[in-house]
Write a protein that binds this ligand. Structure first.
Ligand SMILES: Nc1ncnc2c1ncn2[C@@H]1O[C@H](COP(=O)(O)OP(=O)(O)O)[C@@H](O)[C@H]1O
Ligand SMILES: [Mg+2]
Length: 377
């Protein structure tokens, strides 16, 4: 007979966004008690919100973490001092503050990747406008990419620039990361999950498509060669191991014409590029993340269909549109993040799995457009 009924493992998630929201179904299935610290009432993850508060406040997060088996995250913006206080109170943080440092700051990330001998775009740190001019000069004053080291997401904090005057506002706040503008043939993402015991599982490489720096579509698996796909798995596994990442790690990469890969950035949590695996894989990235941070055995990442596509939904979800999208395509899977409508806001996604991605993508775009009322791209 099972003793300790009602004593499920307790996972705390800092941040009440859609990633925390999508951890709820697997938590329910596995009998895990999910506790979410939300920034505000009515967040995406409100069904599991147990506390409302500021994740930058030490006392708030320490109080939230009390009695948890593990603390994990929906975003990477929790300050180091807060993480250290929680760890000091004896609650395991996964991924650890040391690992997270490489996801929180793109300069730290670049340094770490270079130290590991992994391929990255040519880059430099700029603290003055003269630094920016010098970097531009090495690229014959062709456009380069400037990034704020931390706090960015969905292309916020990324600019294509032609002159130093375009980043003077950022330089006022501290150093800026400069990168060559990479002429990639595709952007790809490799997901891996790693547990504290060192067990690792990867999913197949996927192709991500961005518009204005925001992910709009994902195609799985990517059409990259087997050699490149194996290389991508190797890169992600190396990073997970060497940085001691626990939970899901997403490695965003640029795929070059030559088949080479250049690492763009890391996310140490479930990631938009992995949403397709909720339908396409035996184990979703959300279930795997929970299993990994709890040091439970990891699940199989085998695919249950040859291909899948995910199309993000922006602006707002129209309930009449949802009904007609469901009617038009019984295979369509809708994920509504429960967010209020706002122009440009990512409010959900749709997924389709099947035999080949081209026709799936066409149908998924139609489904997404029915839901938003926006035209099919
Ligand atoms: N060095 C680069 N060269 C070309 N495009 C880039 C470069 N860096 C970023 N981008 C484009 O901008 C997008 C967002 O940049 P990224 O660094 O991933 O920021 P975010 O943290 O907002 O996701 C990328 O997915 C890519 O489309
Ligand atoms: Mg990115």
């Amino acid at each position: 007979m099972g003793l300790g009924i009602g004593m499920g493992l307790r996972v705390g998630v800092v941040g009440g966004g859609q990633l925390a929201r999508m951890m709820i179904p697997p938590a329910v299935n596995l009998g895990i008690e999910l506790h979410v610290l939300s920034e505000a009432e009515g967040s995406s993850a409100r069904l599991a919100a147990t506390q409302i508060g500021d994740f930058r406040d030490i006392n708030t997060v320490v109080k939230f973490a009390e009695g948890l088996d593990v603390l994990t995250f929906d975003h990477e913006h929790v300050p180091r001092a807060v993480l250290d206080a929680v760890a000091g109170a004896g609650v395991p943080i996964r991924p650890s503050a040391d690992a997270l440092a490489s996801a929180q700051n793109k300069l730290v990330m670049r340094d770490k990747l270079v130290a590991l001998g992994l391929p990255v775009p040519r880059w430099a740190v700029a603290t003055t406008t003269a630094d920016v001019s010098e970097f531009l000069a090495t690229f014959h004053n062709q456009p380069v990419i400037a990034k704020t080291p931390s706090g960015g997401y969905d292309g916020k904090g990324v600019r294509e620039i032609l002159g130093p005057s375009e980043v003077t506002d950022w330089l006022g706040d501290g150093p800026v990361l400069l990168e060559e503008k990479v002429m990639f043939v595709a952007e790809v993402s490799q997901l891996v999950a790693r547990s504290p015991s060192g067990e690792m599982q990867t999913w197949p490489l996927v192709e991500t498509r961005q518009s204005g720096g925001v992910c709009v579509e994902v195609i799985a698996p990517s059409s990259a060669s087997e050699f490149t796909s194996n290389h991508a798995r190797h890169i992600a596994s190396t990073i997970a191991e060497e940085l001691g990442v626990t939970g899901v790690l997403a490695v965003e990469m640029f795929l070059m014409e030559s088949g080479d890969l250049l690492i763009n950035e890391l996310a140490m949590r479930p990631h938009n590029s992995g949403h397709i695996f909720t339908e396409l894989s035996l184990t979703s990235q959300f279930e795997q993340h929970l299993r990994a941070v709890l040091d439970l055995p990891l699940g199989s990442t085998d695919l249950i269909a040859p291909a899948g596509v995910m199309v993000n939904i922006f602006d707002g979800v129209d309930q009449v549109g949802v009904r007609s999208a469901l009617r038009a395509n019984p295979s369509l899977k809708i994920h509504d993040y429960g967010k209020s409508a706002r122009r440009g806001r990512k409010v959900g996604h749709v997924s389709l799995i099947g035999t080949e991605w081209e026709s799936l993508l066409h149908l998924a775009r139609i489904g997404a457009s029915e839901i938003t009322g926006n035209p099919v791209p």
